[in-house]
Design a protein around this ligand. Structure first.
Ligand code: FAD
Length: 296
C-alpha cells in the first residue's frame, strides 16, 4: 500500500481521490486531520442470512465484509452485521457453474485451482495489482460486488463472463443488471459464474503498479464472437451492446473500436484525461483480442 510521508498513514490512492464514481454513499471520505476509522455501537454475528437482511434494513446499520473499504471512512454505524458465521467463505465447483460465497476473499479466488483453470491467466491479471496479498486476504467478493466501484478490476472481469448474484431479498439477478443498479439495503450472499467454456482475457493500465487503474478492459469469447467490457472510464464497468467476430478483419476491428469508443462514456480525472482513456481503450482492447486469438 502506498503511504504519505506525513504522520497520518492515509493511503495515497484514497486520499488523493475524490469519492470514486459509484462508491457507496455510506463511506464518507476522510478530512485531512481525521483518523481513518469507523465506529459501531453494536455488533451482531448473524446466525442466518434472513437475520442479516432484516438488520440491514435500518439505514444506520451496515454489513461487514473484509472491512478494507469501510475502514477508510469515518462512518458512525448503528449495528455492524458480521456475515462470517454463515459459511459464505466457500468456493464450490459444480458441473455447470462455480458458486462463491460473499465472504470469499479476493486471494481465495486468485488461488483457487478450478477458477484458475476456467478463467486462465485473466483471473490473476485482474487481481494482482489490488494493493497486495495481505490486502487481498481480507477484501471480500461481497464487499467488492456490493460496492460496484467504477475502478473495479473484479467487476470488469466478471462482467465479461456469465454471472448472477444471489441477493437475499431480490433473489437471482444477472450481474450486468446488478452492476447498473443503485445501492440498496439488500444483502449479497453468493455469486454464480457459469461454466460455459467462455475464454476471457484481461488488461488494465495503471500509472503505478498498485494504484487504482486508469482503465480496465476484459474480453471474452465463445469461439465465435467477442464480448467487450471496459471499466474505470472512470465510471462503472460496462459491457458493450455490440459484439465483434473473433476472426474479424483489421478494418472490422478498427470500425468496431470506433463505435465502441463512441458508445462508452469516458471522463477525465487525476489519473488520466478523457482523451487518454479513449486512446487506452483501443490499446487494451487490441492486446486482449490478440490473447483471445492466440488461445491464451
Ligand atoms: C486502498 C484500496 C485500494 C484498492 N484498490 C483496488 C484496485 O486497484 N482494484 C480494485 O478492483 N479494487 C480495489 N479496491 C477495492 C477492494 O478490492 C474491495 O473491493 C473493497 O475493499 C471492498 O471489499 P471489502 O471486503 O473490504 O468490503 P467492506 O469494506 O467490508 O464493505 C464495503 C461495502 O460493501 C457492503 N457490503 C459488504 N459485504 C456485503 C454483502 N455481502 N452484501 C451487501 N453489502 C455488503 C458494506 O456494508 C460496505 O458498504 C481497493 C480498496 C482499497 C481500500
Amino acid at each position: 500500500m502506498c503511504y504519505s510521508g506525513r504522520e497520518k498513514t492515509i493511503p495515497l490512492s484514497m486520499k488523493d481521490m475524490p469519492r470514486p464514481v459509484g462508491a457507496p454513499m455510506a463511506e464518507r471520505m476522510l478530512k485531512e486531520d481525521e483518523t481513518p476509522l469507523f465506529t459501531a455501537k453494536n455488533y451482531v454475528r448473524a446466525t442466518c442470512l434472513q437475520e442479516a437482511y432484516d438488520l440491514n434494513q435500518k439505514r444506520a446499520n451496515a454489513i461487514l465484509g473484509g472491512g478494507c473499504w469501510m475502514k477508510m471512512g469515518a462512518r458512525s454505524i448503528g449495528t455492524l452485521i458480521d456475515l462470517s458465521g454463515l459459511d459464505l467463505d466457500q468456493i464450490q465447483e459444480e458441473e455447470d457453474c462455480f458458486t462463491l460465497g460473499a465472504m470469499v476473499t479476493l486471494r481465495q479466488m486468485e488461488a483457487h485451482a478450478g477458477l484458475c483453470r476456467a478463467l486462465g491467466p485473466a483471473l490473476k491479471k485482474s487481481l494482482r495489482h489490488i494493493v497486495g496479498v495481505q490486502f487481498r486476504n481480507c477484501a471480500t467478493l461481497g464487499g467488492t460486488l456490493y460496492s460496484r466501484f467504477g475502478f473495479s478490476d473484479v467487476l470488469t472481469l466478471l462482467l465479461a463472463l456469465d454471472c448472477q448474484v444471489q441477493l437475499v431479498g431480490a433473489g437471482l439477478v444477472p450481474l450486468e443488471v446488478y452492476a447498473q443498479q443503485p445501492y440498496d439495503r439488500d444483502v449479497l450472499s453468493h455469486l454464480h459464474i457459469k461454466k460455459n467454456g467462455r475464454k476471457v482475457a484481461y488488461e488494465s493500465f495503471r500509472n503505478t503498479q498498485t494504484d487504482l487503474p486508469v482503465l480496465t478492459c476484459a474480453l471474452s469469447t465463445d469461439g465465435q464472437t467477442v464480448r467487450t467490457v471496459v471499466g474505470a472510464r472512470p465510471g462503472r464497468a460496462k459491457r458493450s451492446s455490440m459484439e465483434l467476430a473473433l476472426g474479424a478483419t483489421e478494418k472490422e476491428v478498427a470500425d468496431y473500436l470506433q463505435v465502441l469508443q463512441k458508445e462508452l462514456r469516458f471522463d477525465g480525472n487525476l489519473r488520466g484525461s478523457e482523451a487518454y482513456r479513449r486512446h487506452l481503450c483501443g490499446v487494451l482492447f487490441r492486446r486482449a483480442l490478440g490473447q483471445l486469438r492466440e488461445g491464451m
